[in-house]
Design a protein around this ligand. Sequence first.
Ligand code: AMP
Length: 396
Amino acid sequence: MKTLNDFNFENKKALIRVDFNVPLNDKFEVTDATRILSAKPTIIKILEDGGSCILMSHLGRPKGVQEEFSLQHIVSKVEEIIGVEVKFASNCVGEEAEQAAANLEAGQILLLENLRFHEEEKKGDEAFAQALSKHGDIYVNDAFGTAHRAHASTTVVAQYFEDNKCFGTLLAKEIESINKVMNTGEKPVLAILGGAKVSSKITIIENILDKIDHLIVGGGMTFTFIKAQGGNIGDSICEDDKMELALEILKQAEAKNVKVHLPVDVVAANAFSNDAETQIVDVNAIPEGWQGLDCGPKSVANFDDVVSACKTILWNGPLGVFELESFANATIELGNSIANATKNGAFSLVGGGDSVAAVKQFGFQDKVSYVSTGGGAMLESLEGKTLPGIAAIIND
Ligand code: AMP
């Protein structure tokens, strides 16, 4: 696996696929610059080597050329974060971009216009990828968020660089973190899966059962398992057509010596609302008209015991409806447990969707080992899929 450290970029032009798909407000100002900050170490290393950077990214989902999706809007933010003037090419391919890239001197940065202004990008078009490849000597992929897409700039372009391609700092860190959880992590290894539905997590569960020692199941998924085992779940969310699968997962887990921890009590509410009446009840005895929207105190304590006994921890999905303050407690407490375990030497990875939002909302991002930057890409990695953007750098 080649990283930036395998290259000296002196007098080289690096063509870097970054993920600058940042949110903008109605004045086209960047409202969350996390993704630009995440790309900074890669850009700085190349500039410090004496190289130059040609940055390419998508922004939003434009249909053809649409001014509101222009990457021109973010130029000043990138300049502010990197501390270097950023030149801009108003088309990512063609003469203007080629000239601008050719004229780039050591220490300079060029940002190309939105790749998705060309439909060839998402189609993975070879001629378009080849046109992009002309801009640089070395291809660097630092965009984990799109690594699961076989697009021209994320995958196809790599074939034009033979040995001159590598992962950027961010993407390398993502790969390393997933690898720690899936292959090299210190035991016991724990996966915590929450969120709404079993159906969206089933492939992950099946894939990770071979790699973990403990599995905590929380969130709305819980009730499919509980009902399948004969419990009364009241009006809680449930996928009846997945109950057999839930039992099968429990059987497989037992055969593989994976200890499954389900909630034993829940915060039940008489409506899906912050102001609903609530009561703590046994997970198997939720009254009709009530729904479990968070894990209860006994479950929180049990989960804390499990988390503090584990050395490698993966967290995907909230333990309750954390968006509503009344049902955020178990998710917050789990964040605290993981933060403590991390302080005591465990490796913790938070990845995929809503658990990342929860970790950020409750201020845990600096208290866990790594927070993934890619939702879909992280989920597909946990499902055991080889991401095309990663394969293109490793295998070609
Ligand atoms: P996912 O995207 O599958 O990780 O699901 C995240 C969503 O699951 C969040 O929006 C939570 O509000 C929701 N969720 C968590 N626990 C429950 C629950 N007990 N009942 C209904 N929805 C839940």
